[in-house]
Design a protein around this ligand. Structure first.
Ligand code: SF4
Length: 357
């Protein structure tokens, strides 16, 4: 039973779990139950004495969320809508992929994780921003998505992408402690190079992230080659225009010695002209960055459309002509289950609003 008056144990770092002189081996046992076995119920921790389980239960809550809805699609992408302890909704998306060459094929599982309820940044293509920001997620709510989605998948999660609902860099005080637990061998044990943070371009936060010790990957949602085009799609461009954003990317790369990715959603008649493709290639060359092209995923309530296949290919070929280090075209999985961030929550909310009327 969820109780908002109790603190959530996984909001705290394990070194702070040592209430009443709990010996460190007990802390390790609890960590194993939570992070290795995915248990979010104290009563299931069978190697803890009954009185300790009771005390933990009295003082802490362990489960940050319950599943409100799960959707799977034909390509086996699965989307989870979680109900948080305060009845807010967030989403995570589980995306399987088969990778490898020369006869060695391995199946990998990627989880797209949310960091906020809603979003303040209002990118024009995105369902998450339609309703504004409700609140930041806590560390435990970020970790809970991974622990519970892994349980649902019944297998290890190989990659994490922080591209779900919310702007990850706007919630660094909760996200960085969550990353500590994700990276820790006593936590979820997922390596830094398997973790990508995606930002809409919060310049000061990019520079703050550059100081985080682990070599996590950074993706920038560019979506326009110049200010005029980008500001039509991303209002944040008025606060941090392209010049500042590209300058921050250069500093990040210089400090981290790490390649970044430029994400570019292709929207019909908005940013899919050949001039933008040329500019995108120039920016990628300047930053020695990879380019990831993503044809727009239709959002109910928004008028924008996906470009034709011919236009998508013409744009891609023009970018390739500019010879950036790498160009990929991501045909989004889960197209049939509203896999773009925020769409399932928005639908659930619309249903709730209709019921409330
Ligand atoms: S794309 Fe990301 S940053 Fe932009 S509104 Fe959506 S959730 Fe927020």
């Amino acid at each position: 039973m969820m109780n908002l008056n109790k603190p959530l144990l996984i909001d705290l770092p394990p070194e702070n779990w040592r209430f009443d002189d709990l010996p460190s081996y007990r802390v390790s046992q609890i960590q194993q139950w939570i992070f290795e076995k995915g248990t979010l119920q104290f009563e299931e921790m069978s190697n803890l004495p009954a009185n300790l389980r009771e005390r933990l239960q009295e003082e802490y809550d362990l489960n940050p969320m319950e599943i409100a809805r799960a959707q799977g699609s034909a390509d086996t992408t699965q989307k989870f809508l979680w109900k948080l302890r305060d009845n807010q909704f967030i989403e995570s998306v589980l995306i399987p992929a088969t990778e490898g060459t020369k006869g060695v094929r391995a199946s990998r599982m990627t989880l797209c994780v949310s960091t906020q309820v809603g979003c303040a940044l209002g990118c024009k293509f995105c369902a998450s921003g339609l309703d504004g920001l409700k609140r930041n997620l806590s560390t435990g709510e970020i970790l809970g998505q991974i622990i519970l989605a892994r349980k649902k998948a019944g297998r290890r999660i190989d990659n994490l992408v922080f591209m779900g609902m919310g702007e990850p860099l706007a919630n660094l005080p909760a996200l960085l402690p969550a990353l500590d637990q994700i990276l820790s061998p006593n936590g979820l044990g997922i390596g830094a190079r398997h973790i990508t943070l995606s930002t809409s371009g919060l310049v000061p936060k990019i520079l703050e992230l550059a100081k985080y010790p682990a070599q996590i990957r950074l993706a920038i949602s560019l979506h326009g080659g110049d200010d005029e085009t980008r500001r039509k799609i991303m209002p944040i461009n008025d606060r941090y225009p392209m010049k500042e954003l590209l300058g921050a990317c250069e500093k990040f790369i210089e400090m981290r010695k790490k390649m970044i990715t430029l994400e570019y959603i292709l929207i019909k008649g908005v940013n899919d002209d050949i001039k933008q493709a040329k500019l995108l290639a120039e920016h990628a060359n300047r930053l020695n960055a990879k380019v990831n092209l993503i044809p727009y995923n239709q959002v109910e309530g928004l008028e924008w459309e996906r470009p034709s296949q011919e236009q998508i290919m013409a744009f891609k070929n023009k970018v390739i002509e500019g010879k950036p280090p790498r160009v990929t075209l991501r045909m989004e999985k889960g197209h049939d289950i509203d896999a773009a961030c925020g769409q399932l929550r928005l639908r659930e909310k619309t249903i709730e609003d209709k019921v409330a009327l």
